[in-house]
Design a protein around this ligand. Structure first.
Ligand code: ADP
Ligand code: MG
Length: 494
């Protein structure tokens, strides 16, 4: 019995030793404790790292660190093995003589009876030559301003250049070997950006041919960048998926410029139209109104219908009035004004109306702000429109704050903050289009006029809206102290 057991043990030992020798020949093997102290290294490890066994044993594994990888790269590796999972990856190491070598590395954590790792065993292969080839490719794509991304046939990321990792706010390398979905799970900050991007991958595979698409990629600051993306699916000879090449170019600014052009063209067209027909409408309108009032006196029983006619006529009148604001360049009276006075007079005009809707308007506009060269009536119209919109978005009352300050470039910023419904993103993109309104009695012209006036002052208007709550409208105007003039065509106008 004992002899048999001994024989079995002997055989096992021989087998183990053989296995060990085989492993030793084939692979680079090391063992560290949980602190990373090397407790075992085989001959091949010594050979490639150019350290002697004595130098390695007891040393920290960092001894062969090349400094090539990011902290996040090692953090992710450590997280994986500390959780008891096997980690696979490619690591660049430095030998004792300062030369570098690349290792395909598998780290297996060995667990104690409490389920905690007590040792890490690593098996490696040298892949330096292949990596050198890859590095050449890397260098080629690294500096490209376009995004470049290679995926394998299963959608796992193999390589992404700096432009791509920056766009998706990823640390370099951490994506390697993961699919877009796995990356989103691991790094939630890129989820919104990656999701639509990944979904279109599936469509490209289904179609099986190169796709050119426009992709809106959400940024962590809430903005969006538009990319023109080319996706090339690559197949093996047999037809199985081999990989996908993705190249993308940022066309956000170009798109914005096109959009601005389109908008200003529409405004110009509306303006032209308006100046042609506004007076033609206003005069008969006044006549109709007068006649209706006469009818009212004669037919007291039709009071309700008459009221309706009058209110509809008022609506037409207000549309024409707003159109005229865009159309009337001739009676502009420019002058040097104090933004404080402009805002104060607008707010005075509106507080009564606001109070009825249980809205409090507070202002914080220092009198000491630099002066503006502007058309005060038109600027008042801007603030009236913005505050009116703010009020109309707050059907349950609340607060509107009007604040102003000056920045380092001596430009004046005015903020109108409300507690209203906010503006949903689809609408936000289209604000300023004529006749765009969500209100039953709206004209959808207020913001178009506002845009036009601010444009004439060489300023900007931006909205920061949090649907379903609250909007901030920011108007930026150049002051007389700014380097840029507030009126581009100053002096050119007749
Ligand atoms: P109108 O006020 O006649 O509807 P505007 O051009 O002034 O036209 O505004 C267009 C649309 O923009 C509004 O109908 C509304 O949906 C939206 N909007 C503008 N300002 C705000 C705001 N402060 N809060 C919520 N929605 C707003
Ligand atoms: Mg309005």
């Amino acid at each position: 019995m004992l002899r048999e057991t001994l024989q079995t043990m002997e055989r096992l030992l021989v087998e183990l030793t053989d296995l060990n020798t085989a492993l030793d020949k084939a692979l680079i093997v090391a063992i560290t404790d949980v602190q990373g102290t090397i407790t075992f290294a085989n001959g091949k490890f010594c050979e490639i790292s150019k350290y002697s066994l004595e130098e390695l044993l007891g040393a920290n594994h960092r001894i062969i660190n090349s400094g090539h990888h990011s902290k996040e790269f090692f953090r992710q590796m450590y997280r994986t093995i500390a959780n008891g999972e096997i980690w696979t990856g490619e690591i660049k190491n430095r030998a004792k003589d300062g030369s570098f070598y690349w290792m395909h590395t598998i780290i297996v954590p060995l667990m104690d009876e409490h389920g905690k790792p007590y040792q890490y065993v690593s098996f490696r292969n040298e892949i330096t030559e292949r990596k050198l080839e890859e590095e050449k490719l890397d260098a080629l794509i690294a500096t490209m301003p376009d995004i470049v991304l290679f995926q394998d046939g299963d959608g796992r990321w193999l390589k992404a250049n700096d432009a791509a990792t920056r766009l998706f706010t990823l640390e370099p390398e951490v994506y390697r070997g993961l699919t877009s979905r796995e990356i989103s799970a691991e790094y939630p900050q890129c989820q919104v950006a990656l999701q639509p991007f990944a979904e279109s991958d599936n469509r490209v595979w289904d179609a099986g041919e190169t796709a050119y698409e426009e992709c809106a990629i959400a940024q962590t600051d809430g903005t969006e960048r538009i990319y023109q993306v080319t996706k090339v699916p690559v197949y093996h000879k047999g037809g199985e998926r081999s990989g996908m090449i993705v190249i993308g170019r940022d066309v956000t600014e170009q798109k914005k410029a096109e959009e601005a052009l389109r908008r200003s063209e529409t405004i110009a067209a509306v303006g032209q139209l308006a100046s042609g027909i506004a007076h033609e409408i206003r005069n008969p309108l006044a006549a109709i109104k007068w006649s209706v009032e006469v009818l009212r006196k004669a037919n007291p029983e039709t009071e309700q219908q008459i009221d309706l006619i009058v209110s509809e006529l008022d609506r037409v009148d207000s549309i024409v009035g707003e159109l005229l604001l865009v159309a009337k360049p001739h009676d502009k009276q420019f002058g040097i004004m104090n933004i404080h006075d402009i805002i104060q007079s607008v707010v005075t005009l509106m507080v009564g109306h606001a109070r009825k809707s249980r809205i409090t308007i507070s202002t914080d506009v220092p009198e000491t702000l630099p002066l503006l060269y502007c058309e005060p009536h038109q600027l008042k119209q801007v603030f009236i429109n913005l505050i009116k919109n703010a009020m109309e978005a707050m059907d349950r009352g609340g607060y509107i704050r009007v604040e102003a300050d000056v920045d380092a470039a001596q430009d004046i910023h005015v903020y109108i903050t409300d507690e209203g419904t906010g503006i949903p993103p689809e609408l936000l993109k289209r604000l300023g289009e004529p006749f765009l309104t969500t209100k039953e009695k709206g004209t959808g012209l207020g913001l178009m006029v506002t845009h036009k006036i601010i444009q004439d002052h060489n300023g900007t208007l931006k909205f920061y809206a949090h649907h379903p709550q609250g909007t901030v409208a920011e108007v930026v105007l150049h002051s007389v102290n700014s380097a840029t003039p507030s009126v581009l065509w100053y002096g050119k106008e007749k």
